[in-house]
Design a protein around this ligand. Structure first.
Ligand code: PLP
Ligand code: SF4
Length: 432
């Protein structure tokens, strides 16, 4: 089964691109010198509608777009490429630009890595009491890269993956000491890029009898959208399904947290088959994605996405706000607009589709839901609520912010007039 990957060096060769004006191809070269680019033949041949580029949502989702760079940065990199500058010089400039784009949002690298016996537990993040995130080293890439990716910095080699876990023993030791943890989320990148035998090395130890307090194992993945053959036709696809069955047989809930950006990702027979096969193991598929300008900033697209998921047994779970990192000037959707999209979309689906929570911001303090707009106290206000919080006592707490039609992130919001600050304080605001 061919899984064919295209990267930056293929921009000059991909047949689908060759009728584009030379300036457009050059722009892709320029942008992909700064942001990661990786796509595969399934996405190129089955998901992108080439008669609609550049506006096609899957083209915007996977191919470098000129507007992702500020004009000054774009011209600077283009000058270097035109002059045939050495790779080291281009990399130096790319690093400088990347460094200005908040490559590590919400304190991911420093704030959430736990310790055991005085040592950092590599590859583990423990931010919310019940759930531990694990980043297996071999799963820190993806079948294709999203242009809006919030983990983009690791794909351009910025982080050197220093937080990735190479062995599962330290995770198991940590979990044995932390009985309050009930859920382990294996994430990336995309853990489904690993072969089944490698993934098994990470999953099987979690099924031990002395980890009885682990009720659920989740795998965060975009493979059902970007490479459904992982569950259908790959050489070890059947082995993967057997592994899922073993988790379910251990009396644990197995959830594939599937990242679906657009209904078209569920529009191919292979994509449908992948979901049916996953469901046949007893695993649940829950879906999540951010609202992204030019990719999915239409209520009808979300409603259609959720309807297709419901038909296939997947449960809509989170609608996120695009994080404050990378090329967000190009992709960001104002909070007020995201809320409108959410409301218009949920109104179109039955109650089974209204399980999705959002729009939600993953901030340093926690997951903050934009729950509505109201005009209490003679002022237009956002109603906000902690869905998850660094301090468990904040979960479920409602707070208000002055309405702002343009704001795209928590740090752009102000408390209502007369209040000095939000209840959780400035320290945990996400500084830009
Ligand atoms: C979203 C998230 C989780 C999972 O939260 P749930 O509400 O249980 O889905 C865990 N850890 C981090 C850091 C998260 O961002
Ligand atoms: S699937 Fe997730 S980690 Fe991979 S490129 Fe897309 S947003 Fe980034």
């Amino acid at each position: 089964m061919g899984y064919r990957v295209y990267t930056r060096k293929d921009i000059d060769r991909l047949p689908q691109l060759q009728h584009l004006p030379a300036a457009d191809l050059e722009a892709m070269q320029v942008v992909s010198a700064v942001f990661p680019f990786r796509v595969n033949d399934y996405v190129v041949e089955q998901l992108i509608d080439w008669s609609r580029i550049p506006d096609d949502p899957i083209f915007q989702l996977t191919f470098p777009q000129r507007g992702m760079l500020e004009p000054d940065d774009f011209q600077r990199v283009r000058r270097l490429l035109r002059a045939g500058a050495p790779a080291s010089e281009i990399l130096r400039v790319a690093r400088e630009i990347q460094g200005r784009l908040n490559p590590h949002p919400a304190g991911q690298m420093d704030l959430n890595v736990p310790e055991l016996d005085g040592r950092r537990v590599e590859g583990v993040q423990h931010k919310y009491r019940e759930t531990v995130l694990f980043f297996p080293a071999a799963g820190q890439t993806c079948h294709a890269y999203c242009t809006y990716c919030f983990r983009w910095a690791q794909f351009v080699g910025d982080t050197d993956l220093k937080f990735a876990g190479r062995d599962v023993a330290s995770l198991v030791a940590y979990l044995r000491e932390h009985r309050e943890v009930t859920s382990v989320l294996i994430t990336g990148g995309d853990p489904a890029v690993m072969s089944t035998s490698v993934l098994r090395r990470y999953v099987e130890p979690l099924l031990r009898a002395d980890l009885e307090h682990i009720e659920s194992i989740r795998i965060g993945t975009k493979a059902p959208a970007y490479w459904p053959d992982r569950f259908v036709a790959d050489a070890d696809a059947d082995d993967l399904l057997r592994l899922f069955e073993e988790v379910v047989a251990s009396r644990r809930h197995l959830a594939l947290m599937a990242h679906y950006s657009h209904p078209r990702e569920l529009g191919t027979p292979r994509a449908e088959r992948a979901l049916r096969r996953i469901a046949s193991t007893g695993a649940t598929v829950r879906s999540q994605a951010p609202v992204i300008r030019r990719v999915n900033d239409r209520a009808d697209d979300w409603a259609e996405l959720w309807r297709r998921q419901l038909r296939l047994g997947a449960v809509p779970y989170y609608m996120f706000v695009e994080r404050d990192t990378g090329p967000r000037g190009y992709f960001a959707v104002p909070l007020a607009r995201a809320l409108q999209i959410y409301n218009e979309a949920t109104r179109q689906v039955s109650g089974l589709g209204r399980t999705v929570r959002g729009p939600s911001m993953s901030t340093t303090a926690g997951k903050v839901l934009v729950d509505g707009v109201t005009d209490a106290f003679g002022e237009d206000l956002f109603v906000l609520k902690f869905l998850q919080a660094r301090d468990p006592s904040w979960v479920g707490r409602i707070f208000f912010a002055a309405y702002d039609a343009e704001a795209t992130w928590l740090d752009e919001l102000r408390p209502p007039s007369g209040e000095a600050d939000f209840f959780f304080g400035r320290a945990l605001h996400d500084a830009a």
